[in-house]
Design a protein around this ligand. Structure first.
Ligand SMILES: NC(=O)c1ccc[n+]([C@@H]2O[C@H](COP(=O)([O-])OP(=O)(O)OC[C@H]3O[C@@H](n4cnc5c(N)ncnc54)[C@H](O)[C@@H]3O)[C@@H](O)[C@H]2O)c1
Length: 361
């Protein structure tokens, strides 16, 4: 079973990846309870309905709060519910909140754990591919406010992460390919070998034997990047590299209306645009852009807008992306597949042409 460590001095923790991890979660909870840590659970409603045996085996009769599925749950009302639930359950400073669900559950519960009594233990059991390879690693937690997504939150590292890939069997159909966009991203930004491996493998599914290793590789890349720039303060590269394709993706999600594209679907298009940008800048050959396109299409990810979206709006939103530093919009580009860096001062006309080529009107 792959196991790796996120190295952050005293906040270091282990990620276990594999199938049938319910007994391992149970043993970890039992070890905390034996140290008199009051353990409680925040669980996603749809996950609970789809995987009742896992929840029963992993968490037994641990007090639980059931969170509605979907992005609107990352809000102050649900945050308050989780905090009240912990108080009503007698969770003290040495208590532990387990979060079982996708990125929505992890982000909300993580922020509640970071805030309640100024911070209690937190354990993540991510249940979507995206949350296994991305949101459960790195310690970003938070909720949404009217002004935008993830604008209120905290850096709060978990005590441990358990990623049971067997849980992915019940994921809604579009969610697995959407998670694969982030997997492909890791290959493009830091690991040509992973990219080549993905090219050589037939389309992965939740049942693929290779999946735990692939998830572990992605977690390791994110852990390494986060370990070198925990709070995204590096002037160049660092954590910002994880945003390969994301300036484009955020604009598409925003302008199309949240929910029209799953985040990973928008990332797929963003990765293709980032590859094209790198090619136009003379950094990678057209054949590498084709490789990226072929891999994205294998996972039914879009490489063009599904419906035309207004060019001016896309440019405006991309121009306000939170990755703007000192007034300059930074893009992440590739010098080669597996080797990305941040770059300021990209010619706006080049970006405009990319949007037009993607179908913006
Ligand atoms: N903290 C970070 O670093 C970070 C990074 C990336 C994304 N995010 C956040 O993550 C969120 C998206 O996460 P997500 O893609 O996991 O979405 P999600 O949590 O909404 O889960 C997607 C859907 O799958 C369902 N589900 C989850 N696991 C299931 C399972 N095993 N079987 C059946 N159904 C299941 C959920 O109920 C939901 O309907 C966004 O809010 C995003 O902002 C955070």
């Amino acid at each position: 079973m792959p196991e790796l460590e996120v190295k952050l001095d005293q906040r270091s923790y282990k990620i276990q990846i594999g199938r049938s991890l319910a007994p391992a979660v149970r043993a970890f909870a039992d070890s905390l309870a034996a140290r008199r840590s009051r353990c409680v659970l925040a669980v996603d409603e749809a996950l609970l309905a789809a995987q009742p045996e896992f929840v029963a085996e992993a968490f037994a009769d641990m007090p639980r709060i059931i969170l509605p599925s979907g992005e609107p749950t990352k809000c102050f009302a649900q945050f308050e519910r989780v905090c009240d639930f912990m108080a009503d359950s007698g969770v003290a400073r040495d208590g532990t909140l387990f979060a079982c669900g996708g990125g929505v559950t992890g982000d909300l519960a993580g922020f509640a754990a970071a805030s309640y009594l100024r911070g209690i233990n937190f354990v993540q059991i991510p249940t979507t591919l995206l949350s296994m390879v991305d949101s459960s690693v790195g310690g970003k937690t938070g909720i949404n406010i009217k002004a935008g997504k993830n604008l209120v939150g905290a850096f709060w590292q978990p005590l441990a992460v358990f990623a049971d890939t067997g849980l992915l069997e019940t994921l809604p159909e579009r969610e697995f390919p959407a998670g694969m966009a982030e997997v492909i991203k890791y290959g493009m930004l830091a690991d040509e070998e992973l990219f080549t491996q993905l090219e050589a493998l037939p389309r992965l599914s939740s049942a693929s034997d290779e999946l735990p290793e692939v998830v572990a590789r992605c977690c390791q890349i994110k852990a390494d990047v986060v370990g070198s720039d925990e709070r995204e303060t590096a002037a160049n590269n660092g954590r910002a590299l994880l945003n390969l394709g994301h300036t484009f993706a955020h604009a598409v999600e925003n302008v199309a209306g949240y929910g029209a594209y799953l985040h990973g679907e928008a990332v797929g298009l963003g990765l293709y645009m980032a590859a094209r940008l790198s090619c136009i800048m003379g950094l990678i050959p057209p054949s590498d852009v084709e490789r990226v396109k072929t891999l994205l299409e294998r996972y039914s990810l879009p490489v063009a807008l599904r419906e035309p979206l207004p060019l001016a709006e896309l440019e405006r939103v991309a121009g306000h992306d939170k990755k703007v530093r000192a007034g300059k919009l930074r893009y992440v580009i590739m010098d080669s597949i597996g080797n990305a860096r941040t770059q300021d001062g990209i010619n706006p006309d080049t970006v405009r042409q990319l949007w037009k080529d993607a179908g913006a009107a």
